[in-house]
Design a binder for this molecule. Structure first.
Ligand SMILES: *[C@@H]1O[C@H](CO)[C@@H](O)[C@H](O)[C@H]1NC(C)=O
Ligand SMILES: *[C@@H]1O[C@H](CO)[C@@H](O)[C@H](O)[C@H]1NC(C)=O
Ligand SMILES: *[C@@H]1O[C@H](CO)[C@@H](O)[C@H](O)[C@H]1NC(C)=O
Length: 370
């Protein structure tokens, strides 16, 4: 190579590094010292695209998010997993459904972050009725030629591809605050921390939000001990004295949720607060220490999960709260009315209030979590 080619390569590498380091505007408590977060859980876009009901329920999910965003005007949105029912998406367009989910925040200029649920990268499941005399419906990839070449036995869109597609469009200068977490935590991808800066003291973080990939889909439903060590490292370096309050977000409830759950189909009594108690908790497959790591930090105030569409309660566990979000999408099982959990954090004095906003605009299950 000539010397100028070396120069050019070095300049290109420098530029690439600079671009990779460019980070989006920090999150900050608004004037009035509040930071309001809307949780959109279990949207389940992309079911049965070859029928009438599939696209119709996706349109209904659009409506829920639009209603909540316009009613609550949150400062931030957390997409709490299962944005897509990938096991029902026969052609490789899961990234388009993913984008449709986040487009509601983008259009309103609201920053967001995403975590993975167990359905987001699930391999396609062939509907048994496609093998009946009625045959395979006209899904355009399923021509004989396409089956030969691009392969319609679709394997699901990998987590890393979903996340990179999101970040290519909305990372850096955009509104996405998601991250591809450290590579040593793969196959888990959505592992990262966000700081929300103080309104008064411009440089000081006043809240930390941790996002963890609770697995499922292409690998077991679990938070690994490597993730627990990562959490320990992060919390130790960002918040060694536990002065900054911390909130935690992932998709699949840990086994601790089973311990505190009110018996299913019974009334939800204090100290738990909620309106839906229609099923048993469907927990992760193992507990590798994340709950101990969280419970021993008095700075951790609450954990928020989705996954169980028939549950929307918060219950205390040791010194923190375990909360379900609320089934937001019209996709996925269950006919319970749709809504979203709202979490409003005040900086000074610090407090966390939460409630559920329904699709029809009403609210219920108000609770103080800190
Ligand atoms: C994905 O593909 C299906 C099947 O061709 C199609 O009906 C659907 O509209 C596509 N989704 C998006 C978001 O483009
Ligand atoms: C945590 O920190 C230790 C010591 O600094 C380091 O050796 C280890 O790789 C880190 N682990 C993770 C998962 O970040
Ligand atoms: C809204 O929906 C809830 C059920 O989720 C129902 O209890 C309430 O009466 C409805 N409110 C209005 C104003 O329609």
């Amino acid at each position: 190579m000539r010397w100028w080619l070396h120069r050019l390569a070095a300049a290109a590498a420098f530029l690439a590094a600079a671009l990779a380091l460019r980070s989006p505007a920090p999150l900050r408590f608004a004037s009035g010292g509040r930071f309001k977060v809307a949780l959109f859980a279990d949207l389940h876009y992309g079911e049965n695209a070859w029928t009438d009901w599939g696209p119709a329920q996706d349109a209904a999910s659009d409506h829920v998010m639009a209603t909540v965003l316009d009613a609550d005007k949150p400062d931030f949105v957390v997409y709490l997993g299962d944005l897509v029912t990938a096991n029902n998406v026969p052609i490789p367009n899961a990234t388009l459904y993913w984008d449709r989910a986040i487009s509601h925040s983008r259009r309103r200029g609201v920053p967001w972050s995403t975590v993975f649920g167990n359905h987001d990268d699930m391999p396609f499941e062939w509907p048994p009725e496609w093998f009946s005399p009625a045959g395979i419906p006209p899904v355009h990839c399923l021509s004989a030629a396409a089956m030969q070449t691009s392969g319609c036995s679709f394997r699901g869109t990998p987590r890393i591809e979903l996340m990179k597609t999101e970040l290519n469009r909305d990372g850096a200068d955009g509104l996405s605050r998601s991250s591809v977490g450290p590579q040593e935590l793969w196959p888990g991808v959505s592992n990262y921390v966000l700081q929300v800066l103080s309104h008064e003291k411009q440089q000081d973080p006043a809240l930390l939000m941790y996002f963890l990939d609770s697995g499922g889909g292409s690998y077991p439903e679990v938070i690994s001990s490597a993730q627990v060590r990562w959490f320990g490292n992060q919390s130790q370096s960002l918040n060694p004295d536990g002065r900054i309050p911390e909130l935690i977000f992932w998709h699949i409830p840990s086994t601790a949720y089973v311990k505190v759950a009110p018996k299913s189909k019974t009334e939800i009594c204090k100290p738990c607060v909620g309106s839906l108690n229609e099923e048993d908790v469907a927990p992760q497959e193992a507990e590798w220490g994340v709950m101990d790591a969280l419970a021993k930090r008095s700075s951790v105030k609450a954990i928020f999960v989705g996954h169980n569409h028939g549950l929307d309660w918060c219950c205390p566990y040791e010194k923190l709260w375990l909360c379900f979000a609320r089934h937001t999408g019209h996709g996925g099982y269950g006919d319970w009315p749709r809504g979203a959990r709202i979490v409003e954090i005040a900086e000074k004095p610090f407090s966390v209030h939460s409630w559920i906003r329904m699709e029809n605009g009403s609210t219920h299950s108000h609770i103080t979590l800190s």
